[in-house]
Design a protein around this ligand. Structure first.
Ligand SMILES: [Zn+2]
Length: 442
């Protein structure tokens, strides 16, 4: 139910899913042909060795092969501008940012980056693990940033299937001791993990019910002790209502037609926005310093995303310089965004209109308190990289430093796909100097 097609499931963003206009396609066609040829060639050479590496213990080919990495940029990013800002795009504990990093063949793993030291690693504590087999490595194949929770630096929580016949029950992993404990037994499939508060994990579990001849998800909100496994709260949600996230002492609910703010016990519910059937919820940020909730609503028919803020119970649209927004990030003083500038990549059988980089490779910034003022173009990939959600994670900007997965386009008999162009690479660009490096997670 929750998983549609992993790389189609683009909840985290203002990301238009479906048709792209023909004129956009024509405009970029020749430019793309060149990019495509170049990237397919690159991907094929990298993919050839990666394809066998995953399950056949390729040992010697584990070495880094793409030949281009430089040293880390000298300037470590600062998390200052993200202090107190919770996000659908990453998690912060202490000085560490946690986000997923792509591996070859579509697998990903949770990784961390320490902004105080520049240190970085995969989260898997086993030095001998190859992070390629879900029966062995518990930290791979995480579909969304919201599909795991760092309760603290040592406590990793996710739903997980220890073998193909098991269900996606929820486990707590102690990264220091290696202790693994099942804390919640699911009804049907992977539940939505919402937040941890005072050692209680809030999650939404569901089972399928048939009503008026159609099947629907019957969702229930649970509070579960992360050390006790004890259920301390249980309340059924209205039909077609899902919990998006926790924002301060409120839950944000999406009923498909409305966005609702609710108390954790669901007794107090206030509609904050009504939206059209063709729309859906996008990415979100909650500023704990100002109690503001920022989120995107995507109009799938017009391919347009709109950013909203919720302040003191009042929800208003944010006027950014571009009308159509593909993706945005929020810091204490700035909004980073990529306008919707689709670039066609090629045919893909799972995507009705083919494979696109909807970001156009561009990132702008505006002042948060003057969002309609003139925007600065702070990064232009110029076809050298793809910074699209359709790869693995979205780009993340920490201080003056930009991070994103190094994607290539892989051509197969059945179409073209984005794939990680190397083993656990992340591109790290110092936005002040343009200096580029690849982060390696061993
Ligand atoms: Zn591992």
């Amino acid at each position: 139910m929750k998983r549609i097609i992993p790389f189609l499931l683009v909840l985290a963003l203002l990301l238009p899913l479906v048709s792209c206009r023909e004129d956009a396609r024509t405009e970029v066609e020749s430019e793309i042909a060149a990019i495509r040829e170049e990237n397919i060639a690159k991907a094929e050479s990298i993919g050839a060795q990666g394809a066998q590496g995953a399950h056949e213990g390729s040992g010697g080919t584990e070495g880094r092969t793409d030949g281009s990495p430089n040293a880390e940029p000298a300037n470590n990013p600062s998390k200052k501008n993200r202090d107190g800002i919770l996000s659908s795009e990453y998690q912060i504990v202490g000085n560490k940012f946690y986000f997923r990093t792509g591996r070859k063949n579509g697998v990903n793993i949770v990784t961390w980056y320490d902004v105080s030291t520049g240190g970085h690693d995969v989260i898997c504590p086993d030095p001998l693990c190859k992070h390629d087999d879900p029966a062995v490595c518990r930290f791979i194949q995480v579909h969304e940033e919201s599909d795991f929770i760092m309760a603290d630096e040592n406590t990793f929580i996710r739903s997980y299937r220890p073998n193909p016949n098991a269900k996606n029950d929820v486990y707590r992993f102690d990264l220091t001791s290696g202790e693994t404990e099942k804390i919640y037994k699911v009804k049907q499939d992977a539940p939505d993990l919402i937040a941890v508060r005072d050692d209680v994990l809030w999650l939404v579990d569901y089972d399928t019910v048939t009503k008026n001849g159609r099947s629907a998800a019957n969702r229930t909100l649970y509070g579960v002790g992360i050390h006790t496994g004890e259920t301390v709260f249980e309340q059924e949600l209205p039909l077609d209502c899902r919990v998006v996230c926790a924002a301060g002492d409120r839950l944000i609910l999406d009923t498909v037609k409305t966005i609702v703010s609710a108390s954790f016990d669901l007794t107090d519910r206030v509609t904050i926005l009504e939206y059209a059937n063709a729309d859906r919820f996008g990415s979100w940020y909650y500023d704990t310093n100002t109690d503001e909730f920022w989120f995107g609503i995507v109009n799938q028919e017009k391919q347009t995303g709109t950013v909203y803020t919720l302040r003191s119970g009042v929800c208003t649209p944010v006027q950014l310089p571009a009308e159509e927004i593909y993706y945005f990030q929020l810091t204490d003083t700035k909004i980073y965004y990529s306008p919707y500038e689709p670039v066609y990549i090629g045919e893909n059988p799972d995507l009705a209109y083919g494979l696109w980089d909807y970001s156009g490779g561009k990132i702008y910034e505006v002042k948060r308190n003057e969002p309609s003022s003139e925007a600065n173009l702070i990064y232009d990939a110029k076809g050298e990289f793809f910074i699209t959600r359709l790869g693995v994670s979205n780009y993340v900007i920490l201080g003056d430093q930009l991070f994103f997965d190094n994607l290539s386009v892989v051509s197969r008999k059945d179409g073209v796909f984005f794939n990680a162009a190397g083993e656990l690479p992340k591109v790290h660009i110092d936005l002040r100097t343009g200096e580029l490096a690849y982060i390696r997670f061993e």
